[in-house]
Design a protein around this ligand. Sequence first.
Ligand code: RB5
Length: 151
Amino acid sequence: MFLIASDHGGLPMKERIVSCLRQRGIEVLDFGTNNGDSVDYPDFGEKVARAISRGEADKGILVCGTGIGMSIVANKFPGVRAALIWDDFTAQMAKEHNNANIVVLGGRVQSPEAACRMIGIWLDGVFEGGRHQQRLDKIARIEKDLMAGKL
Ligand code: RB5
């Protein structure tokens, strides 16, 4: 199960991504927004990131105008590794090196066609583990300390 959300700046791209995923036979749960009215991206980023953080789903996609705001929100949540991707290479690295469980896109920065292609690269990629797992373990340790109040 895939989770997806956007603000108004990412809405057209989100709609295209949902149809690309469904064409691939992937079930998608869309948390909105679903019209062009101006909304606050944290309200939508939070829905996807919280569910991933709780283990209710294992992959998500967030879209805002630039991808920046959604990235900031999503990475507040423990266990979330949200990667802002902007080309095929960053899509590939988001999986192979970062094992990103959320990818973030900028609806005002890339085309919807490029977004579908990049998401395909991320989905088809394989996490390399090894030294990259070691780095993710360090991030998990930082999260653990922060949650224990050790700033
Ligand atoms: C909304 O105008 C815009 O600020 C938002 O979509 C996003 O780009 C924020 O990072």
